[in-house]
Design a protein around this ligand. Structure first.
Ligand SMILES: Cc1ncc(COP(=O)(O)O)c(C=O)c1O
Length: 474
């Protein structure tokens, strides 16, 4: 523990950097070699026994390097008997992230003054913003921290000026967190929601990404002001051609807002490559930070057109007393007002949650976003291909990597999706979910393939589904 007298002598942001280093390829190999040489049991950060791996030669980790990925999976505090495959809803934090958050809570509650002065200070916050910007591929001035995806979708939907009758395009495979803010604006300010119908089976999956671009293009009218859509649909796991849709929209002077609830932490991200104007994401799903954490990206050249919605900062350079900001107050606010950080001027924030984001970024960066994406895709393809070969199973995920990633949606003929979840849980302690919306004729099970899922657990899911599909046929 740190004390005021002793000065800061431990940094709860990083917990134990030596242990975290073990997650790098080199660190992992060093520990495996050291453990073998010393004849000792290898212990993970959670205190559970880790699996020693054969020694591959190259860095970074290959997606099929079972030993390395078992090692990564062992970092989670998830109970050993549970195969957790629902990161699309909530990503449980690995040990270092879990413990960094607990340490931050302890620091704040035991000595708030010292904690905020020595740890959770402006330097920490600047570093965190830079690290986040680096992780999602944008400038630090283009990103704000929020509490979840929905909040960013609300900021984007309500932030831009519109007249009654102006239109916002979305789809019926988007989430309520993206669509209901659009409907709320329509109810309140008489804008119009234009919903693209993706219920036709030709979209599950489409033959090629162009079909989606055309569907969006066809919905545009002279009144279209905003296109709001998912990077990855939570229903069927479809990866949309974000860049193409956004470039098409920009050429027509239309703003774009992307619901990025699924990809951050699943795929290597680059906001500038995606070419969107705004992107709302969570840190509590695939990024594995604590609950109620998220971010909102706004492109530098549109940020002045997006009003904050929940806001307590200066307005037109004036304090609440109607005076121009000067001195230290001006210095404090200036960096916030220069870019997307203005969306953070809305009362107190949750320091332990931000500390968890920091630790989660470290966790991902140690493994590397490239290796994570390759691993997640590898596991998803392995699962989808195996399920496709089972009689009576329909897989909705595309075989084209341009339209699929690490959410695998499928259905077993004659087995209610909820029943499948229940059987997998009761018999095998495998946790997946279903997404069911009868209004759009959608009902599928969905497995999230993130790094807490081992190869053996994927095999277990495949075998369990095969058994259930066979029982149905008999
Ligand atoms: C596509 C999509 N959008 C929005 C949300 C809501 O996310 P949050 O809880 O971070 O607001 C989810 C949650 O699963 C989602 O899958």
């Amino acid at each position: 523990m740190y004390t005021e007298e002793a000065g800061i002598n431990f940094d709860p942001r990083f917990e134990d950097p030596e242990k975290l280093k073990a997650l790098t390829r080199r660190g992992f190999l060093g520990r495996v070699m050291g453990g073998i040489a010393a004849g000792t049991a290898l212990m993970t950060l959670t205190g559970r026994k880790a699996t020693a791996a054969p020694l591959p030669a190259d860095e970074p980790a290959e997606p099929n390097d079972v030993g390395y990925w078992n090692w990564v999976a062992d970092q989670f505090v998830i109970r050993d008997d549970i195969a957790y495959m629902n990161t699309g809803t909530r990503g449980p934090s690995p040990g270092p992230v879990h413990r960094a958050q607990i340490a931050a809570l302890e620091g704040i509650n035991s000595d708030y003054q010292s904690y905020s002065r020595y740890v959770y200070n402006s330097e920490f916050r600047d570093n965190l913003r830079n690290k986040m910007a680096n992780f999602i591929g944008c400038k630090s001035s283009e990103v704000a921290f929020t509490n979840n995806t929905t909040e960013g979708m609300v900021f984007g939907t309500f932030g831009i000026d519109m007249e009654p009758g102006d239109e916002i395009i979305t789809t019926n495979h988007d989430h309520s967190g993206g669509v209901q803010p659009i409907n709320l604006r329509a109810a309140r300010q008489k804008t119009k929601t234009v919903m693209i119908d993706l219920s036709d089976h030709k979209f599950h999956p489409p033959d090629n990404p162009d079909e989606l671009v055309k569907a969006f293009e066809a919905a545009i009218t002279p009144r279209t002001k905003l296109i709001s859509f998912c990077h990855i649909n939570y229903t069927d796991g479809l990866l949309l051609p974000v860049k193409e849709i956004c470039e098409m929209a920009r050429a027509r002077g239309i703003l774009t807002l992307v619901d990025g609830a699924q990809p951050p932490g699943m795929l290597k991200m680059n906001m500038h490559d995606l070419a969107c104007d705004m992107y709302a994401g969570p840190c509590h799903k695939w990024m594995l930070a604590s609950m109620y954490t998220g971010f909102f990206y706004v492109r530098e050249d549109v940020v002045d057109r997006v009003w904050p919605t929940v806001y307590s900062g200066p307005i037109n350079g004036m304090s609440m007393y109607g005076q121009e900001l000067t001195g230290a107050t001006k210095d404090y606010y200036e960096p916030y007002l220069a870019g997307a950080a203005k969306f953070e001027l809305r009362g107190s924030s949750n320091a332990p949650a931000r500390v968890a984001i920091n630790a989660a970024l470290d966790f991902h960066n140690m493994i590397t976003p490239q290796a994570l994406e390759a691993r997640n895709r590898y596991q998803a393809v392995r699962l989808a291909n195996a399920l496709r070969n089972i009689d009576g199973v329909t897989v909705y995920s595309s075989e084209d990597p341009r339209m699929s990633a690490a959410l695998v949606a499928f259905k077993v003929d004659g087995v209610a999706t909820r029943d499948l979840n229940a059987r997998l849980w009761e018999r095998n302690r495998i946790y997946i979910r279903n997404v069911t919306h009868s209004e759009i004729n959608w009902d599928a099970n969905r497995a999230s393939m993130h790094v807490m899922v081992t190869d053996a657990q994927t095999d277990k899911l495949i075998d369990a589904v095969e058994e259930i599909a066979k029982e149905k046929r008999l």
